[in-house]
Design a protein around this ligand. Structure first.
Ligand SMILES: CC(C)(COP(=O)(O)OP(=O)(O)OC[C@H]1O[C@@H](n2cnc3c(N)ncnc32)[C@H](O)[C@@H]1OP(=O)(O)O)[C@@H](O)C(=O)NCCC(=O)NCCS
Length: 136
């Protein structure tokens, strides 16, 4: 049985925000013909930054990838939806969860969870040093 046919179809999260949609292209493939994990990580880093950016209101940097799980392969032509939520806000840092769901080519409307991750971002000043996250 292929990884795809055994992958459970799931509902999209209702307690997280859709922060990015993107479709991988052939240039993003690895030697297996699946999408390169580093490409997925770059998209997750961008998607994960969306909610922290609202709080940081200025420069920030990714300080940690706390967890990154590739649950299912990503394929050329998948429509990827990135959902995110804030899990922790500290003095200068913010941690988010990011979940990625794929609609396979010709199976639009059916979602497979392909990736989940946790990342931490730090608000930084003009010298690149940590600064407090504004209290709003
Ligand atoms: C981000 C950076 C400015 C933080 O500097 P630092 O001296 O480590 O800062 P601190 O030790 O004061 O930590 C700052 C915050 O980050 C958090 N943090 C630091 N290391 C962490 C880690 N490994 N995991 C999770 N959080 C971490 C701290 O808990 C602190 O959060 P808080 O203020 O909310 O409690 C510095 O590490 C840096 O410039 N890193 C490179 C960033 C970058 O280039 N990212 C892109 C990768 S290509």
């Amino acid at each position: 049985m292929s990884a795809d046919s055994s992958a459970p179809r799931v509902e999209l999260p209702t307690d997280q925000e859709l922060v990015l949609k993107v479709i991988p292209m052939p240039a993003d493939c690895n030697a297996n013909g699946d999408i390169f994990g580093g490409w997925v990580m770059a998209q997750v880093d961008l998607a994960g930054s969306v909610i922290p950016a609202r709080h940081a209101k200025g420069r920030m940097a990714t300080v940690a990838v706390n967890e990154f799980i590739f649950k299912q392969p990503v394929r050329v032509g998948d429509i990827l939806s990135f959902y995110s939520s804030l899990t922790r806000i500290g003095r200068t840092s913010m941690t988010v969860k990011v979940e990625v769901y794929a609609e396979r080519f010709r199976s639009q409307g059916q979602y497979i969870k392909v990736t989940e991750a946790s990342l931490t971002y730090v608000a930084i000043d003009d010298q690149g040093q940590p600064r407090p996250v504004p209290k709003d």
